[in-house]
Design a protein around this ligand. Structure first.
Ligand code: GCU
Length: 422
């Protein structure tokens, strides 16, 4: 680790612990003894031995527990969704891509909300193309310096380095997040890329659910109803609805990807909607791929205190009580089975507990075996930059900090080639 990185990681850890008022636990020897809830024993004690028993019984038991206790149910109130191609450039990026913008309109109770889905498709590929779908943190225009991308009009987190002040998008931030979205590389590998600014769906601050999609529904969510992560996940499925109507996109080959809080979101989207053909969690950590019961790095109390709007209220019952959770995150990963799923960590991102992410991904392999699929091969946390990705579950520990990098994308594209190109 170079000096700058070391200082950055230390500062990150100190800031996090300062914000929490508790010191995070980073010592393996202090991980409490814990027992993972059994994936393959149903609530009435039956042992699950076949894929059909998993599908018919156990999967929905686990899904419902995550819905009620962690992410929250989607309210029954109907939200109407419609799509309109609002911009189309058949010669984007110097002629190598098609760029589309689709305005998604959500309506309920006479109120409406608009979000923009940005899609790039490679012109070199004939016929419907497989697509990666993910959210960005600062606006679609930040993912590449393309002047044709429209600026979001919704609330943005201020970031002076990115030219964002007064919570509004400006021209200055075009392309500032290009390192996370190597659009040209993705296109050159024969995939499309679809992106939405997550704040278009639900601005990421605690306002007691008065903004974003929540504004369309009169009441604030009940204790078992959706927090922001479930809301963002639900809207990813609406993007998938749109893909079903777009003949240029292979809607059966959509990989859902997310980094950090948006990695938690991609996992919940993949669990909730089995139309997603591949699911990628990049450095998702607590409430994502990492096992909660290890209490390593970020814990349930810390995440609920700092981000009260992310999960459903029931999740707070497990603040400092992780041992009483009837589920853990290996079960979330197992909900993807038999579809391919990829979990990635970064070596300096101890806050997200790389080992806890690996152990969860490894344990989920039990369910893949019911489908005659191989999970992870490694018994121990793989070395840095040595991916374990030959089975239907992939994992790597990248060297470096909490980020989504070219290295990560290279692994995801190789994994997608193996699973979506047959
Ligand atoms: C914070 C939070 C994490 C989250 C991360 C992110 O660090 O504690 O849970 O994953 O932000 O989204 O960048």
């Amino acid at each position: 680790m170079n000096f700058q990185r070391l200082v950055f990681s230390l500062l990150f850890a100190i800031t996090n612990s300062f914000c929490n008022g508790q010191s995070p636990q980073y010592l393996e020897s202090n991980v409490p003894p814990y027992e993972l809830p059994e994936l393959l024993t149903s609530q009435n004690g039956e042992t699950i031995t076949t894929s059909s028993e998993w599908v018919d019984l156990r999967r929905s038991e686990i899904y419902q527990q995550f819905e009620e206790l962690v992410y929250g149910q989607v309210p029954t109130h109907k939200i109407q969704t419609s799509f309109k191609v609002s911009d189309l450039d058949k010669n984007a990026l110097g002629g190598i891509a098609v760029r589309k913008e689709i305005t998604i309109t959500f309506q309920a109770n006479g109120k409406q909300l608009e979000a923009t889905l940005l899609v790039y498709l490679p012109k070199t590929v004939r016929g419907p193309v497989p697509v990666f779908l993910g959210y960005n943190f600062y606006g679609n225009h930040t993912i590449i310096g393309d002047p044709g991308i429209s600026l979001p009009s919704s609330w943005l987190r201020n970031n002076a380095t990115f030219g964002i002040t007064e919570n509004k998008a400006t021209e200055l931030s075009r392309g500032v997040r290009a390192s996370r979205w190597p659009v040209l590389y993705i296109l050159s590998r024969g995939y499309g890329l679809a992106n939405i600014y997550y704040g278009d769906i639900d601005p990421d601050f605690d306002d007691e659910f008065k903004n974003g999609l929540h504004r369309l529904i009169e009441n604030s969510p009940k204790t078992a109803e959706w927090g922001s992560i479930a809301t963002w996940a639900w809207a990813l499925s609406r993007a998938l609805d749109y893909f079903e109507s777009d003949k240029d996109i292979d809607h059966q080959k959509v990989a859902v990807i997310g980094h950090s809080r948006l990695g938690k979101t991609s996992l919940w989207a993949g669990a909730s909607d089995q139309r997603f053909a591949l699911v990628i969690s990049n450095d998702s950590g607590c409430g994502g791929a990492a096992l909660s019961k290890r209490k390593f790095g970020e814990t349930v109390k810390v995440i609920n205190d700092r981000f009260p709007h992310w999960f459903c209220d029931n999740f707070t019952r497990f603040n400092d009580q992780e041992e009483t959770l009837p589920i853990d995150q290996h079960m979330l990963i197992a909900l993807m089975a038999p579809r391919p799923v990829y979990v990635a960590s970064a070596s300096e991102d101890q806050w997200a507990d790389p080992r806890g992410e690996f152990l969860a991904a490894r344990e989920a392999g039990k369910v893949y075996r019911l489908f005659n699929k191989q999970g992870l091969l490694s018994k121990e946390l793989p070395k840095v930059n040595a991916p374990d990705n030959q089975g239907a579950i992939g994992y790597h520990l990248r060297s470096g900090s909490h980020d989504l990098t070219y290295y990560d994308w290279k692994q995801y594209l190789d994994f997608a080639d193996r699973h979506l190109r047959n």
